[in-house]
Write a protein that binds this ligand. Structure first.
Ligand SMILES: Cc1ncc(COP(=O)(O)O)c(C=O)c1O
Length: 322
């Protein structure tokens, strides 16, 4: 029996029923039965407002965004621009590898220095860098100077801000000066929306136009768009919950340190620590109902509800004693 699913960096609180019901009551039969091009006008406007507010980016308007099925949809869309080479720095988001293979792209993947800093790399015209910031699986945020160094290269730089609402640091403001920057976001994490698949892309209008040429205009369901709109209008509910996740993260991190482990500093809804025999430990945890993931010889554990986190910590201690 699964007692704690801490493997997918999902939002532990689930989606608020009252938001779902508000949308269900508001929409007409037509919303469901008709083809609706994405994004709707209201969604585009509300999203632009949210980005402008949270990035203090007054220069940005509705031409600077497009929408995708989750951030993974955004990654795929960027890859459809057919870069000569994709570049990422492991430990990184493992799905970049999967999607690059699907799109048959050449991969260049020099590792991070000490699992933390971006290595010096010779980037060329035709390269497309994918950088999760904050990073997955380590959870840490890269220094602004490191990102700027990438932006000053001839490569396209895709900054994946899937965990933006846990760090509140963004590269959106650099879009004013850098035409080679694309920012990806998602509702999956902070907004408890993973099963609904909603993400968005922010870049200069000329890049958005190129991406939109590769995008199916009906790539999102009308219901998902209505729901996403209501999420934005009710965002205070979610942002309050983030504080609770952060408090739990601090508690978990201290508890892991107390048993001699060294979790990386995290600005996300998960923690990562290196450990010998990570695969073996993860398997023993799974046998006891705790799901975590192993990446690059480390364990990544999502922050769950208090009781799930307690169960994880207790079970980990047991497993480490075996
Ligand atoms: C860095 C990063 N990018 C993208 C995603 C995918 O998110 P989505 O559910 O929006 O496709 C994840 C999910 O774990 C992630 O960690």
């Amino acid at each position: 029996m699964i007692r704690a699913r801490l493997s997918h960096n999902e939002n532990p609180f689930g989606f608020p029923k009252e938001i779902l019901l508000r949308v269900a009551h508001r929409i007409s039969e037509d919303t469901i039965s008709r083809y609706v091009a994405a994004p709707t006008k209201e969604l585009r406007e509300e999203l632009t407002k949210y980005i402008r507010e949270t990035a203090r980016a007054d220069f940005l308007n509705e031409k600077w965004i497009t929408v995708t099925p989750g951030a993974d949809g955004g990654i795929s869309l960027c890859m459809m621009l057919k870069p000569k080479r994709v570049v990422f720095f492991p430990p990184t988001y493992y799905f970049y590898y999967t999607l690059s293979k699907i799109h048959e792209l050449e991969i260049y993947d020099p590792p991070l220095v000490d699992d933390l800093r971006i290595p010096d790399v010779d980037l060329k015209e035709g390269d497309m860098v994918f950088l999760p910031n904050p990073n997955n699986p380590t959870g840490h945020h890269f220094e602004i100077d490191e990102v700027l160094k990438l932006l000053k290269s001839p490569a396209m730089v895709v900054v994946d801000e899937a965990y933006f609402e846990f760090s509140w640091m963004t590269t959106v403001k650099f879009l004013r000066d850098f035409s080679n920057l694309i920012v990806l976001r998602t509702f999956s994490k902070a907004f408890a929306f993973a099963g609904q698949r909603f993400g968005y892309v922010i870049s200069r209008p000329e890049n958005i136009e190129k991406l939109d040429e590769k995008r199916n205009p009906y790539n999102l369901s009308s219901f998902v768009m209505e729901l996403a709109l209501e999420v934005l209008r009710s965002r205070e509910i979610f942002l309050g919950r983030i504080k609770q996740i952060e408090m739990e993260r601090r508690r978990m991190s201290e508890a892991l340190e107390a048993i001699g482990l060294k979790p990386f500093p995290s600005q996300t809804n998960f923690l990562y620590f290196k450990i010998p025999n990570a695969d073996d430990i993860a398997k023993k945890l799974a046998d006891r109902g705790v799901l975590v993931r192993v990446f690059w010889n480390g364990i990544r554990v999502s922050i769950g509800k208090r009781e799930e986190n307690e169960f994880f910590l207790k079970t980990l201690e047991e497993v480490l004693k075996i």
